[in-house]
Every structure is written in C-alpha cells, then in structure tokens.
Design a protein. Structure first.
Length: 363
C-alpha cells in the first residue's frame, strides 16, 4: 500500500477507523511467516520484535482498556505465550492463541480469521525474536494504529540470548527452553498489564510473582535431574536446534539434524554427522519433537543401525509447541517437566516417572 495513503488514514481517531487501519495494514503486510530477521527491541538490540515498551503504554491505550470491560480480550501467538499471560491475568481477561498445539510457529500462516482476531483484540502478546517471522511487521502496524502490542522477550538482556552462527547477528528465539529466562518474560507481562490497566496492577504483580516462584522450582528440578545423567551420556540429539537455551541452562550437550529454523531442509551430511556421533559416543537414545516431522530422526536411527549400533527413540519432546490443551503437558510447566523427565529417564539419569509433582501421564 502507498505510504501516503496510510499517512492519511492513520490520524483518524474513532474506534471504527482504528480498526479499519489495522485491517488494511494487516492485509497489506502479506502475513508471510518464517524466521524473518526484524527490527531491534528495547533491550535485546538484534531481536526482531516491535512490541510496545511496558514503560511507555499510552494513556489512550489505558483508557481504551479501562472503558471496554465487555470485550476484555487478549490474543497471543504460541501456546507458551498464551499460558504465561493466562497465569498473570487470571479470570480478568479472556486469553486465546493463534497457533494451536502441535503447530510449528516457524511455518505458521495466519488465516483471514486470525487477522480478524488480531484486529478485534484489546491487547496482543507475542513471543518475539523473529519466532513469528514477518508477522513482527504486522504487530508493529497494529501498534501504530493504537493497539497495545507486546513481545514478551523484549526485556531480556542481549547478553543472555544465544546467537547461533546460522543467524548471523540475530538471536535464537527459543527462550522458553530456559525456565529462568522465561520467568523474565512473565515479569514483563505483569509490568505491561499493570501499566495498561493500573486499577488492577497489584493483582497482576502478585500473580506474576507467584507464578515466577513456580518457575524457579521447575528450573531447580531441571538442573538437579539433568545433572543425574551419566556425563558420557549427557547428550541430547533432536530433530532441530530448539534446545540451545536448554543446553546452556542445564549443562547438557545438544546436537540436532536441522538448525534453529525448521524451514531449512536437512541434508545427507547432517544425517551422517549425527550417525558418526551416535556410533562414537554409544548414545542410548535420541528424541523426536511433537511439532517437527520425524523423518530425519528415523534416517539417523537407520544410519546407525547400518553400522551395527542400535539407537532407540527416547521419547517425544515438546519444542516449538506445548502438549494438548486441557492437559498438564499443555501448560508451560507441564511442557518443561515432560521434556526434562523424558530426557533424564531415557539417558540413564534419575527422575520420577510422573515428573516433578507426579502430574505427567505415565508412559
């Protein structure tokens, strides 16, 4: 769309016109999703996030939220973001997500219905760091049209973020794999909502603080459990490189067939590299992922078998998506608890069959 046309539309102040502008820019943006490298954020300079800084929420946005009690609705992107927002808001808002369980956010393409949901939302939260690809441009356009839009990863210091070689100067978006880092995102959600909805600020802060205490306990469980794996077997082999933060936080080596994004196809050399590793290290298990095609992992297992080494699938891990809605594994706590417990038990460590609090489904 011509910039001059948008500049004539944007100054319109009524609720009707703000929604018209949001719809125009959403459709104009193309809604192409992948691992796009976007614009910088408040703290993590190279991150592709264009969220509203929680310290600069406009008075107009506050007023819109305060006077729209009949439509207090927040739209999020991934299940991980949806879950932490729900934990902070409690029953005060309706929180929904665009990306369903089991769907790879790297490959997600919004429908017209998704566009309408974003347009109708009072507030939008997304992960950021380019996880949602070119939708980051869409979020920025919504923000400019007057809608409060927040990237939950905005306030993480750049020094805490991974920068994989294949991403040049851009950051790995899979921050939720480190419970302590994801806890910082919970704090950001709480601060953002408190500034957006001041009458209920104390409630948001209290709920965020309580939930962060749960994440601290989860983080401690992960550290203790991973450390119980024999050092020679403390290697996690997965379909794609979503576990870099997990490796960094919990002291386990991670190898994968694909890189950070699932968009790139793995080659024969990638498969052979992992086969060599399995044969050399005599690793007992490798892992598939719920949102990633398992064909590459199967190729690795077959390659190892052709060289006389039997490797089993240690279990299915949740990487870019959580478990089914309505289950413990369909929460962030359950997702990480499941991953830790599955990895530890498959690689010879010590973890209870039903996880940290006995809530996991027995396998």
């Amino acid at each position: 769309m011509d910039a001059s046309i948008i500049s004539q539309i944007l100054p319109l102040r009524s609720r009707f016109h703000r929604r018209l502008v949001a719809t125009v820019v959403l459709l104009g943006s193309g809604l192409l999703v992948g691992c796009d490298r976007g614009a910088p954020t408040a703290k993590n300079g190279g991150a592709a996030s264009s969220g509203t800084d929680s310290s600069t929420v406009s008075s107009a946005a506050q007023t819109a939220v305060a006077h729209n009690g009949s439509a207090r609705n927040i739209v999020t992107t991934t299940g991980m973001v949806r879950d932490i927002v729900r934990q902070v808001v409690g029953e005060r808002w309706t929180v929904t997500g665009l990306i369903e369980s089991g769907v790879d956010p790297h490959l997600f393409k919004p429908t017209r219905g998704d566009v309408k949901r974003l347009n109708d939302a009072e507030v939008v939260f997304y992960s950021g760091l380019a996880l949602e690809g070119r939708m980051s441009e869409t979020f920025e356009q919504l923000r400019r049209a007057g809608k409060p839009v927040f990237a939950v990863t905005d306030q993480i210091e750049a020094a805490s973020l991974r920068t994989p070689p294949e991403f040049a100067d851009h950051h790995d978006p899979h921050v939720w794999m480190d419970a302590a880092l994801w806890s910082q995102c919970v704090e950001h959600v709480g601060e953002s909502l408190a500034k957006l909805d001041p009458p209920h600020a104390d409630e948001y802060h209290e709920r965020a603080t309580a939930y962060r205490a749960e994440l601290t306990r989860l983080d401690e469980y992960a550290r203790r459990s991973i450390a119980s794996i024999p050092e020679s077997q403390r290697v996690l082999v997965t379909a794609h490189d979503a576990f870099g933060y997990f490796s960094q936080a919990y002291g386990i080596e991670v190898k994968s067939v694909q890189g950070v994004s699932t968009e790139a196809e793995a080659g024969v050399s990638d498969v052979n590299r992992l086969v060599d590793l399995l044969v050399e290290r005599k690793l007992p298990a490798i892992f598939v992922e719920s949102s990633v095609n398992a064909k590459n992992i199967k190729a690795v297992i077959e390659g190892a078998a052709s060289r006389g080494v039997t490797v089993r699938v240690g279990g299915e891990l949740f990487s870019d998506a959580m478990g089914q809605d309505g289950t413990y594994e369909g929460t962030y706590l359950g997702m990480i608890d499941h991953n830790v417990t599955t990895i530890v038990r498959a690689l010879g460590g010590d973890a209870p069959e039903k996880g940290m609090d006995g809530k996991l489904e027995a396998k």
